[in-house]
Write a protein that binds this ligand. Sequence first.
Ligand code: C2E
Ligand code: MG
Ligand code: MG
Ligand code: MG
Length: 282
Amino acid sequence: AAKNDGRNCKRYFTLAMQDKIQKRLSLSHELRSAIENNEFWIAYQPIIDLNSGLIQKAESLLRWEHPELGNVPPMEFIPIAEESGLISNIGDWAFEQVTLQTQLWLQTFPQDFQISINMSPAQFRGERTTHKHWLKHLKKLNLNSKNVAIEITEGLLMDMSNQVMAQLDSFDTAGIEISLDDFGTGYSSLSYLKKFHIDYLKIDLSFVKNLEADSDNMALCEAIIVLAHKLGLKVIAEGIETTKQRDLLIAVGCDYGQGYLFSKPLSAVDFEALVRENLNEP
Ligand code: C2E
Ligand code: MG
Ligand code: MG
Ligand code: MG
């Protein structure tokens, strides 16, 4: 009987795997038409200056509203977009949307403002040169490049190819700020912080989680902030969910905070309303 169970189990596992592969295949097929079918939209999550309490930045986050499945999380569709090579087109679409929106907001918000956009390593590779396209687009909009930041991950910095270096350099030369996202979760060596011009370290939310009770996480956050400041970088803490976490991070000199405590990622309309509220009562 045990043997039979084992066999059934194995068969079930294979079916589950087949199911998963099938799902990926159909998602990758549907991703192809998602732009033209208007299924993507951009969510904006505020980034708060912890000294003033003001919303000074926002991270743009891609959302896919699938006609049957509803909201498909980026963790599911971004890897598929990367593997299928669709990420370049999707990323360009997102960049155009985000920069247009930023330009509108700069005309209506009284304070200076910066929006960041996530970039996958795949957007730095291949025939296409994303940076040329993006810089040309900024010029066309007449948008100041300091109002835009890109978020990259440590994985990209392990790829020391000339192609990657040249693109990062040209973003930097153009005045676009660079954030190192999910800091502390990758395998990169700290020497990359010297080699590349990075402006912000984003402390990964896994270090912020449980900060109240976990003294190791507290030590890590404090050490990252001290290191960043010595190197002339600013720090953004991700995933702040409680006032206690916020206060502990302020106490160790963290510059900016992002997380559900302040707001979840919002539609452009809701984000704009939140900024107006924030300005009236800082
Ligand atoms: P990320 O860049 O590290 O984005 C932060 C993620 O943390 C977002 O998940 C955000 O919704 C979530 N988050 C923010 N505050 C909190 C909090 O207080 N608690 C918790 N538990 N989570 C919080 P999201 O939107 O699901 O995005 C996941 C990842 O997908 C992003 O991680 C990024 O790597 C990727 N991604 C999203 N949009 C884009 C895009 O336009 N282009 C590319 N290439 N990647 C993107
Ligand atoms: Mg990010
Ligand atoms: Mg710079
Ligand atoms: Mg992150």
